[in-house]
Design a protein around this ligand. Structure first.
Ligand SMILES: [Zn+2]
Length: 435
């Protein structure tokens, strides 16, 4: 068995540009803790995910199941299960048609566009939802991304349902209408359409996209990364997202940063509160027996390097949480309406949280620089410095009073005062206009 272990680790050490594992086998180890496979984990030969009291998922090269057989460790092959359950789910072409139909209903508030293609040439669709959707307005920017793990399919269906509901109820449902009128919402139901088509976690190259983003210790460079990640990275850099979430499946919990380090996030209290906004409105999440209140710190659960959540929080002024929304990654398709029902209010309330913040817009176009964010009350605290560009900045923050010290290149800083109040959507998006 030493030979297999050695070959598993050699594959990883010699062939991977980044710390991600080539995925050929997708197994669920039953009734054990990850420590039982400590040697493989330490060698970096495998990835683990979704550790619960029932067991954990493990991903790696061919030979993994043989290794478990020889060690007499009980497991099942997740791919054989998913192939059955996936049969009735819509294809990428059918998802595309649903999105096109929603956008066609009201082209002034919904616009479908592609941020690029997957490895196998499928469009990576994003729906922009806002009033005056063809104009880049001064409004807080929010995004949802689902199913970067191709087999974690519930979020794809729920985000499509959310898009369809917004298309249908715009103008008649006050809560959705107010949100759409004052927010720029971007929803990407499927970041890994090739993986979903193959009913697998990884993309067409066998890479886990949620281990393929720049780590906190790396440069924020897209070079050499998977095509799907490169496209998302370019999209992120072009926008000004300040709050987002990404959907997964395998358990039910809201996971907040950081995933890659045991350090606490500078806005630890806020990321917990935002996670609770989601969890509180989803009875199964709230009443979780595995996670108190239905939320968890990422690293406290298990450490993930190269994930999208930490990358977006660290390199951009974009707070992101990870939402695990179904115990089964591939529930029966007929259960999807029930999943949407139990997540719908959480999804809407979480989007509204982007209004828990403050920003500014400069009268001059094309200005870039930095903003130092100082909390003045309820506590006096320096919350760090953030880059801004195209004369606009907006940040989600805890309730309180703040000073933004705005510094452009070769100019003396100017300071503005802003205040943040939760659960308030202001028609100017709480943007101050400055010189
Ligand atoms: Zn996942």
């Amino acid at each position: 068995m030493k030979k297999l272990l050695l070959s598993l680790s050699l594959c990883v050490l010699t062939s991977q540009a980044f710390a991600s594992v080539k995925i050929e086998e997708e197994l669920f180890v039953l009734g054990q803790k990850p420590e039982v496979l400590k040697e493989l984990i330490t060698a970096g030969s495998v990835e683990i995910d979704h550790v619960t009291s029932e067991g954990f998922e493990i991903y790696g090269r061919n030979g993994l199941s043989q290794y478990l057989d020889e060690k007499k460790i009980p497991y099942f092959d997740m791919k054989s299960v998913s192939k059955l359950a996936f049969a009735e789910y819509p294809s990428h072409a059918q998802i595309t048609a649903k999105l096109q139909a929603a956008a066609a209903k009201n082209p002034s508030m919904m616009k479908l566009f592609s941020i690029g293609k997957s490895i196998k040439g499928k469009e990576l669709w994003v729906m922009k939802i806002s009033d005056n959707v063809n104009i880049d307005e001064v409004e807080p920017e929010f995004k949802y991304i689902s199913s970067m793990h191709g087999d974690e399919i519930t979020g794809r269906e729920m985000t499509v349902s959310l898009i369809e509901e917004m298309a249908e109820k715009y103008g008649s449902n006050d809560e959705l209408t107010e949100l759409i009128n004052n927010t720029e919402i971007y929803i990407m139901p499927s970041m890994n359409p090739d993986g979903s088509e193959r009913k697998q976690r990884a993309n067409a190259n066998g890479t886990d996209l949620n281990r393929n983003f720049p780590d906190l210790k790396e440069a924020n460079s897209a070079a050499g990364r998977e095509l799907e990640n490169q496209n998302v990275m370019k999209f992120q850099a072009e926008r000004k997202f300040s709050l987002s979430a990404n959907f997964h499946g395998g358990t039910i919990v809201a996971n907040y940063p950081w995933d890659s380090t045991y350090d606490r996030h500078p806005l630890d209290g806020l990321v917990k509160e935002l996670s609770l906004v989601y969890a509180d409105l989803n009875p199964e999440m709230r009443n979780s027996s595995e996670f108190a209140g239905g939320i968890t710190n990422g690293a406290d659960w298990y450490v993930v390097k190269g994930g999208m959540q930490d990358w977006s929080c660290f390199f951009y002024n974009d707070l992101q949480i990870t939402l695990e929304v179904s115990h089964t990654k591939y529930p029966s398709y007929s259960d999807i309406p029930d999943f949407y029902k139990s997540n719908r209010d959480s999804m809407v309330s979480f989007m509204k949280q982007v209004h828990r913040g403050a920003g500014f817009k400069m009268k001059r176009a094309g200005v870039s620089g930095t903003v130092r964010v100082k909390q003045l009350s309820p506590e006096s605290k320096d919350l760090g410095s953030y880059a801004f560009n195209s004369s606009e900045f907006y940040k989600v923050l805890p309730d309180g009073e703040y000073a933004y010290v705005v510094t452009e290149k070769n100019k003396s800083p100017q300071e503005i005062r802003v205040s943040v109040e939760s659960n308030k959507i202001s028609s100017n998006g709480n943007f101050s206009v400055i010189e």
